[in-house]
Design a protein around this ligand. Sequence first.
Ligand code: MEV
Length: 496
Amino acid sequence: MATTPRFTAGVRVALPASHSPVPVFHALRAAALETGIQEPGGAEAPLQAKTAPQAKTAPQAAHSHEPGCLTGPDPARFPSSPRGDSTHSWPRHRSGFPGAMLSEVLLVSAPGKVILHGEHAVVHGKVALAVSLNLRTFLRLQPHSNGKVDLSLPNIGIKRAWDVARLQSLDTSFLEQGDVTTPTSEQVEKLKEVAGLPDDCAVTERLAVLAFLYLYLSICRKQRALPSLDIVVWSELPPGAGLGSSAAYSVCLAAALLTVCEEIPNPLKDGDCVNRWTKEDLELINKWAFQGERMIHGNPSGVDNAVSTWGGALRYHQGKISSLKRSPALQILLTNTKVPRNTRALVAGVRNRLLKFPEIVAPLLTSIDAISLECERVLGEMGEAPAPEQYLVLEELIDMNQHHLNALGVGHASLDQLCQVTRARGLHSKLTGAGGGGCGITLLKPGLEQPEVEATKQALTSCGFDCLETSIGAPGVSIHSATSLDSRVQQALDGL
Ligand code: MEV
């Protein structure tokens, strides 16, 4: 795979035509923290991630779509009622055209992320530094006229369908209380009934389906009738590897559902290949995506969905997001140990350890916070021409944080091995994300010769790990025209 392109400061990174949709990769050179950084609404854009998502009561008018790219309104396909009865009539929107909002095919994508410093500590109110990856999740939403809502997740072999009339007839008022807090166990139980999943359903499937139903019912129930939709979500991100695949899933779902329900306008204008939503709309997407994440992870910090929504390189602190400025071009090797793990359980494990040994664990979290702040300071000072001593500081910070994360109980023998293999080559690594396996990052110093990088990758590969090649600083959640998507992405969404 080709070496990662470097981005230049301030440039927004569009999805490259050569973008690889293959979820198994051989190497990663991640470049340029300063590049592709989005400005999430100014230097400091408080997002109040813990606040309730408030669907807008007066949705704005949607933009028109590129005629040649997306399916246009077809009155024959979308009569006032798909069943010809009054119970399930399509809502009439400001266009006056029955079911106009349901005539559009939406193609949405959102990136994964790596956390440089601050995983786990961020759940306890500390700072995290995170950056988006150029590995994305793609969602295609197509209106149906068959009275079903279909969800298909080809990466994990999930295909489910629900009868819209049945969903419509259910009492979903239990969702009303769900806006402000982690979905309650009562809500989860009721959603499980709605989902109709078998008892032996795998956890991944159950959580993905529950998050979908939660977002679908919560966002769409404000419509006069629930829409009949066909939704496919396919990802380049390996699931459960700490790269934010569940956040990218929730962000794509939130963006597509809010758009199809006209809670936010479709920003794709005639002739656009790709576009993004306004800051205000991104905030709404992020808030709903956080609810999806809560359904999947229980008590997430919100950093993963924030990076997936905004893209670029971010500092995240208690729901407040700001972009990392003037950071140097960093090269990072990303390694997937392929050891499966469960973010929810790892986060709960740290909480338990904190409760059990507050005097020991709280200082660890404070120290991780200081590591993030020091890293942010050094990155800010490094600028265009970083000094070797500054890299030494970054390496020391990586080592200290990795030890702290081990002390928090989120290490794994595979991650120790990754650290040892790279350390033997003078390189420094730490886990990224929830730990317990999953992925690690290795800082590649400038001046490191390519043969040395290749030898390191080879050594890691022979441990059974994958080295993932991608770039960092990719744009956040985006909407695409059909013609702009890579044919491999299109095929994946078509189930080919
Ligand atoms: C997971 O990517 C990062 C954690 O800090 C959990 C969270 O922030 O929600 C482990």
